[in-house]
Design a binder for this molecule. Sequence first.
Ligand SMILES: [Zn+2]
Length: 293
Amino acid sequence: MNPWVAWNERAGTSMRPGAFCCQTESVGGRLVVLGSCGAWPEPGRACSGFVLEHAGARVVLDLGYGTLPRLLALLGSSAADGIDAVIVTHAHPDHMVDLHGLLRARWFGRRSAAPIPLHAPEPVLARLISLEDDGADVVRRAFDWHPLPAPPQQIGPLRLESMPLPHYLPNSGVRLSAPGLTVAYTGDTGPDPRLAELGRDADLYIVDATDRWQRPGAPAVPSGPSLNLTAREAGEAAAAAGARRLLLTHFWPDNDRQAARAAAEAAFGGEVLIAEEDLEVQLGPMGPAGPAG
Ligand SMILES: [Zn+2]
């Protein structure tokens, strides 16, 4: 069954009033990598986190260990001014623990500001509340929570679609699109046929490439179905989706990232990019002429 169908019939909207009233043109934009590691960060790196900027909108995707200082540097604001929405794929700390730091930045730095829209599965909200001494009310005043997965909705100029993907706890893949631009992100996921739909014809497909088995002696994964991808499987997912470019991310610490690239390229004929902290990927109109960075 097409996973989008039921949601298209119930499409809603989520938009900060007036936030994007005068920014109707433009294609293109950029994606900035805040962190590229899975599980825990390597020295000098951070865990999962990205910033998507397009047509005056700035959306944060995941905030794992070590991403907040990089985000604040990008914003040029210790109070985290300039964020239009935050999306968190799931409640594992390597994807959301710095969301609590962002909460503090807003609570202590901009207490009277409007809450930032937060799109995330419910366990993310529950974990965030559990970290906050002053309780749920503080969280609700800093963030305007919208559950994921959810019907399609607008974040300013960007259409947000989402779907559940298999992981150890609820994980929502997300797809952000506007005319001439589509970026999709798996969060953490095992192999799943829905990955082809999530990244369908995407300009940039950001895919879990944990490759936990790459290094001899790595601790065994829990028994049962695979709930993270190898770089090879990430390449297969991008090929099935018909994506234009693949951005591998969520590398197990100390993995050989060039080996991951080679494994993905064996399965995917498009351009394979390796997530690195502070990498900027230019986003442009769909098609081979779009610039890559
Ligand atoms: Zn993870």
